[in-house]
Design a protein around this ligand. Structure first.
Ligand SMILES: [Zn+2]
Length: 452
């Protein structure tokens, strides 16, 4: 059996792992590359094997760097089932539809403004491609062994990262291969702890924060302090947030602050139709949740939901200090770009990031102190305060990752450290070797290893 690393090797995005045995092929995750241009260009390259030759796709969770290439794979010939948890399936309906819509919009905008290098600018895939592939989605329950028609037996465990996120165990031809997917944090107020795994022949583990620890500072306090000092100087706080997961967590903390009598006169807007849809799902999906129905209802009621483009534009004209939560989380697209264009040049305002910023994104540039960024072909100066509160991240830090791995009762034959920038992945690899005494490696893009 061979394991091919078609993505998330040496980088955070584009998770794609192909298991292959005697011509049978199973793909675990099928994500988009994001961030640096040379990574994004990989989305346009032909898939390394014929999509038609893949018999099934298994998704760990709905985030686009794990699911966002599925519509393109299907359009290019893949015609098998896509297995994932029930919540992942529901969230993919929201996320993939939005991804197609954004790509169509960006292509149209680029054509009007003439700044795309493609002539004419094309979306990577469109709404029809998404509609078609969603029919191939098939949901699997957590905790049970599912014998798939395509051969492997699969078991999902809760990863605690976002709703529906799974650790995927594949039992196939006598080998047990465990994919951590994105692991959540222990003691997160919204999501459950990552479930333990005790044994695997091979482990593929993420390393987004493989070289870092989250600040021990209280998240609610940190958010409150940033917002209060911005409001005090007459400014507005723009929060680029991942629509699924982070947006709901921010609403939860804002509600807690308001019930504690803080931010009393500060209006909060959620300006992202996708985050609004994700919040509606967060309300009605009671499985997997740490918060009660009532707590979730109160959190979601803290913001005014902005729907139309006109209302969104009006927020840029309104000079009242306020908080605007908008997607995307790394400022790579979406409505938040219009707010950053308007609010970043004024030092009274704050741009508050809420999670990992992949290299090459506007988010990473701003967090690193960039004084200008480019939006829609124009240069925008950044004089606003820029903050990134790592403790809001949906990912386990290095200690959390090791804590999860300590649940294994015997070492895997090999642990592949992926889904991290090179330094993060290598730091975690070293700690796995030194502290757990396991064999570990950091595969590179397009590596292929034999699983004996
Ligand atoms: Zn994720």
């Amino acid at each position: 059996m061979n394991l091919h690393f078609f993505g998330a090797a040496g980088t955070v995005t584009g998770s794609r792992y192909l298991l292959e045995s005697k011509g049978d092929r199973i793909l675990v995750d099928c994500g988009l590359f994001q961030g640096l241009k040379n990574l994004r260009l990989r989305n346009w390259a032909p898939f390394p094997v014929k999509p038609k030759s893949i018999s099934a796709v298994i998704l760990t969770h709905a985030h686009l760097d794990h699911s966002g290439f599925v519509p393109a794979l299907a359009r290019d010939g893949f015609d098998g089932p896509v297995y994932c948890s029930k919540a992942t399936r529901e969230l993919c309906k929201i996320l993939l539809a939005d991804a197609a819509h954004l790509q169509e919009q960006d292509a149209a905008y680029a054509e009007r403004r003439g700044f795309s290098k493609h002539r004419p600018p094309l979306p990577l895939y469109d709404t029809q491609d998404v509609k078609r592939v969603l029919r191939a989605f098939s949901s699997l329950s957590f905790g049970d062994n599912h014998d798939l028609r395509e051969g492997p037996s699969v078991r999902l465990r809760r990863a605690g990262h976002i709703l529906g996120a799974a650790i995927v165990e594949v039992n196939w031809k006598g080998r047990r291969i465990v994919f951590s997917g994105d692991l959540g944090r222990y003691d997160d107020p919204l999501t459950v702890d990552p479930e333990p795994v005790h044994a695997a022949d091979y482990l593929i583990v993420e390393s987004t924060y493989g070289d870092r620890l989250h600040e021990p500072r209280d998240a609610q306090e940190a958010i409150g302090a940033v917002i209060e000092r911005t409001i005090a100087r007459g400014g507005t706080v723009i929060v680029p947030a991942f629509a699924v997961g982070r947006a709901q967590m921010l609403l939860y903390y804002l509600e807690r602050l308001k019930s504690a009598g803080r931010l009393a006169d500060t209006p909060v807007y959620l300006n992202s139709p996708m985050a609004a849809e994700a919040s509606a799902f967060f309300l009605r999906h009671s499985d997997d949740q740490r918060l009660s129905d009532e707590e979730r209802r109160r959190a979601c009621a803290v913001a005014k939901y902005v729907d139309s483009v006109e209302e969104s534009k009006a927020l840029n004209e309104d000079t009242t200090p306020k908080v605007i939560i908008s997607a995307s989380g790394m400022a790579t697209g979406g409505r938040v770009l219009h707010h950053i264009k308007k609010y970043a040049p004024d030092p009274r305002n704050t741009i508050l990031f809420s999670g990992f910023q992949a290299a090459g994104t506007r988010g990473a540039a701003m967090v690193a102190g960039a004084q200008t960024i480019k939006i829609h072909g124009e240069y925008v100066s950044v004089r606003a305060e820029v903050q990134n509160l790592g403790m809001l991240s949906a990912h386990a830090d290095a200690e959390g990752l090791l804590r999860w791995m300590r649940n294994f009762t015997r070492p895997p034959r090999m642990t592949f450290v992926t889904h991290g920038e090179p330094t993060a992945a290598d730091t975690l690899r070293r700690r796995i070797q030194d502290e757990l005494g396991w064999r570990a490696s950091t595969p590179e893009q397009m590596d292929c290893v034999k699983l004996s």
